[in-house]
Ligand binder design. Structure first.
Ligand code: HEM
Length: 397
């Protein structure tokens, strides 16, 4: 039987199947410490939720597993996902107007048109990969447009992100190849920013993120080039990575539950609930963290300043204390609370966009191919301590 003490987020077994480890952690050691990373792991819904609003935890030393556990330094220039209030709010404010529910709703027609344009030729083939042929390009082209990246380059830039996140069995942290992907991306980003700067007023007149970043004045001055690059990187990575995984996951779980799929086909208004359930059941942003700023006690354990703390979102979303039959995929749930988009000051800025993209992609897919079959041998999960879900989802119909 798997014990809490067997847990290590970088171990091969946990990368492949974290769920039994999460159950053991919640049961035996909900506030679990691993000395080799000087990091605490919170696995229960309630503890994670409460900690996201507790300002003894800081995002300023980074939030990714590499930064929190392996103590890799965060980027030196401010990016709002790695700032604490009130600075975080000042930087995040630049983007918020494009991500409100109302602003995002205006994108529905263009995202649907993009989805159909990509889907139509795939339908003629009779088989395709939901992740790489459809959901990934839709999400990438959408966030690229928001950032202000050239459309014809968006998919190549996205490929660098995939290189950065690729992991081999036994790998802990990033390799030279991973880092080369990030460098290639940032180099091209820098050229794009400089081209825009050289275009003068015309280069920053729009409402895309890059224009707004070039115009912005924060903390008494314009943003530095590295700060602009860090913001572009954050928006591309977060905007392109997670939705495709979530859509592929939903397609997979619906194939496993034909009765629930039939309900959706009969009543597409249920699709947002199915997408929400898929995010709960198989959270794509598996874990993210903070660093302890002031000593704090949780369930009798004292977390000392300087230690890392990881929020195991995916575990919290499977906590029986919050969700009945938490290990069952059930689209009839109407949960009051969720950790799928995080909580507190760093709650996902792209929640409405992610939900809209997820709904449109599933609506179009289920309308066009309601009887799709998943090629289970071809379906493949991401191998990563951070991202979870299916990045190969071949279907035929
Ligand atoms: C289904 C899709 C998505 C899921 C499950 C998801 C999940 C999350 C989670 C759990 C966080 C909290 C991070 C933390 O507390 O450290 C987060 C933050 C964030 N998400 Fe999402 N996300 C999704 C889609 C998107 C999209 C489409 C965007 C595009 C803009 C986006 C942009 C961001 C950003 C920029 C942050 C950092 C916010 C901050 O630190 O203030 N996400 N997301």
């Amino acid at each position: 039987m798997i014990r809490a003490s067997d847990y290590d987020p970088f171990s091969d077994a946990v990368m492949r199947d974290p769920w039994p480890y999460y159950a053991a952690l919640r049961r035996e050691a909900p506030v679990f410490y691993l000395e080799k990373y000087d990091t605490w792991f919170l696995s229960r819904f309630e503890d994670i939720r409460a900690s996201t609003t507790n300002d003894v935890f800081s995002a300023e030393r980074g939030v990714t597993p590499e930064m929190v556990m392996l103590k890799q330094p965060p980027p030196p220039d401010p990016v709002f996902s790695m700032l604490d209030m009130p600075r975080q709010r000042d930087y995040r404010r630049i983007f918020v107007p494009r991500y409100t529910k109302r602003a995002v709703a205006k994108m529905e027609d263009s995202i649907r048109a993009r989805t159909r344009r990509l889907l139509d030729p795939l339908l003629e083939r009779g088989h395709f990969d939901v992740y790489s042929d459809l959901a990934d390009p839709v999400a990438t082209l959408t966030i690229a447009e928001l950032i202000g990246l050239p459309e014809e380059e968006a998919l190549d830039l996205r490929a660098h992100v995939a290189t950065f996140f690729a992991r081999e069995p036994g790998q802990v942290g990033t390799t030279e190849e991973n880092d080369a992907g990030r460098v290639a991306l940032m180099t091209r980003f820098a050229e794009i920013v400089i081209e825009r700067q050289q275009a003068g007023d015309a280069g920053c007149a729009g409402d895309d993120h890059l224009s707004v970043l070039l115009r912005a004045e924060i903390e008494g001055g314009k943003l530095s080039l590295p700060a602009i690059l860090a913001a572009m990187y954050t928006m591309l990575v977060t905007g392109a990575e997670v939705v495709p995984l979530s859509v592929a996951n939903t397609i997979y779980y619906l194939a496993q539950h034909p009765d629930q799929r039939a309900q959706l086909v009969a009543d597409p208004a249920l699709i947002p609930h199915a997408f929400a359930e898929s995010l709960r059941y198989d959270q794509p942003t598996n874990l993210l963290g903070r660093t302890v700023r002031d000593a704090v006690e949780i369930r009798g354990e004292t977390l000392e300043p300087g230690a890392g703390v990881m929020f195991l979102w995916a575990s919290g979303n499977r906590d029986e204390a919050e969700f009945e039959r938490a290990d069952e995929f059930d689209i009839s749930r109407r949960p009051q609370r969720s950790l799928s988009f995080g909580h507190g000051a760093h709650k996902c800025i792209g929640e409405h966009l992610g939900n809209l993209e997820g709904r449109i992609l599933l609506e179009e897919l289920l309308a066009a191919a309601p009887d799709y079959e998943v090629d289970r041998d071809g379906a493949e999960r991401v191998y990563s301590e951070f991202l979870h879900g299916y990045h190969r989802m071949p279907i035929g119909f």
